[in-house]
Design a protein around this ligand. Structure first.
Ligand code: ZN
Length: 294
């Protein structure tokens, strides 16, 4: 079970959200069979989505992050809500590259690529979802999220994300934090936060050292008298269902459904996010075709 924590500075000028997503990224790896580099790329994006989902206000709000920089992993899509549920899928979970020569780290920017966009879609239950899009800065994800907040929402933000992959490809540690300044911006808070960031080790190092998300959130606000605002569990969760799958099939249209019903005795539809399989016999498909006619 992942855990998400939010801490607020005494004067309310800075909010730090921190999360341990070790279990979530392990589940992501189990479902998709990701390579080490793909686990890091998708795991970082899912970790960011989970925290950004926590910054939304209402039940039923949904946040989608989508990135495609022309790299071998293709498009990574991750969807979260304000309750800490997150799910993720990508075109090529086996995308991999040798370690980055410069720093010996997983080459996330290499498989994501930098020729493309990071899109943030917020479905707040209004007529049209909100969509913000920025050109990818590094493809390493955290810097791209920081840039999104600076450009699209004009919120000064620090974002750190980390996924540590074990030799057997399971996830040893994963997590992240986001520090945001709440308007009106308190200049003194900026100085404190800049110092704190210099002092903070990487997220995976802090988790390896036994620090909890609570302690990480408070460390981000050190000197500002931070206090834990709230915390809750975060999980890899998919909300797919047979009913939703039927809607997707109906959206294919009468012609395509008739072709499927004629060609296959049983059509299997697999959820991209959780790998759950839904089977429809040709009779069941014909019933769906009848719904289109009515
Ligand atoms: Zn699913």
């Amino acid at each position: 079970m992942g855990r998400i924590v939010r801490a607020l500075s005494d004067d309310g000028s800075a909010l730090c959200t921190a999360i341990d997503t070790t279990d979530i990224v392990n589940e992501l790896h189990r479902i998709h069979g990701t390579s080490a580099t793909a686990s890091a790329a998708a795991g970082r994006l899912a970790t960011a989505a989970c925290m950004m989902g926590a910054l939304m206000k209402n039940e039923g709000d949904r946040l989608t992050l989508r990135i495609n920089g022309g790299g071998s992993i293709g498009t990574i899509t991750t969807v979260s809500d304000c309750w800490g549920n997150v799910k993720c899928c990508m075109d090529n979970p086996f995308a991999d590259l040798p370690l980055n020569e410069k720093n010996g780290k997983l080459n996330v920017g290499g498989i994501v690529g930098t020729d493309g966009y990071l899109a943030v879609i917020k479905d707040l239950g209004l007529k049209e979802p909100y969509m913000g899009q920025i050109p990818i800065v590094s493809g390493e994800i955290a810097l791209d999220i920081t840039q999104y907040y600076a450009v699209s929402e004009q919120i000064p933000t620090v974002c750190a994300l980390g996924v540590l992959v074990d030799t057997d490809l399971t996830i040893k540690r994963a997590g992240g934090y986001i520090i945001q300044l709440v308007p009106p911006v308190n200049e003194a808070a900026i100085d404190f936060i800049e110092e704190n960031i210099k002092d903070m080790q990487s997220v995976t190092n802090m988790l390896e050292a036994g620090m909890t998300p609570d302690e990480i959130a408070l460390k981000g606000l050190h000197g500002l008298g931070g206090e834990i605002l709230d915390s809750w569990d975060a999980v890899y969760g998919c909300d797919c269902s047979r009913e939703r799958t039927e809607k997707v099939l109906i959206a294919l249209g009468k012609k395509e459904l008739t072709r499927l019903a004629d060609e296959e005795p049983v059509t299997e539809v697999c959820c991209h996010f959780c790998d759950k399989k839904y089977e429809f016999t040709s009779e069941e498909l014909k019933e769906l075709i009848n719904q289109i006619q009515s």
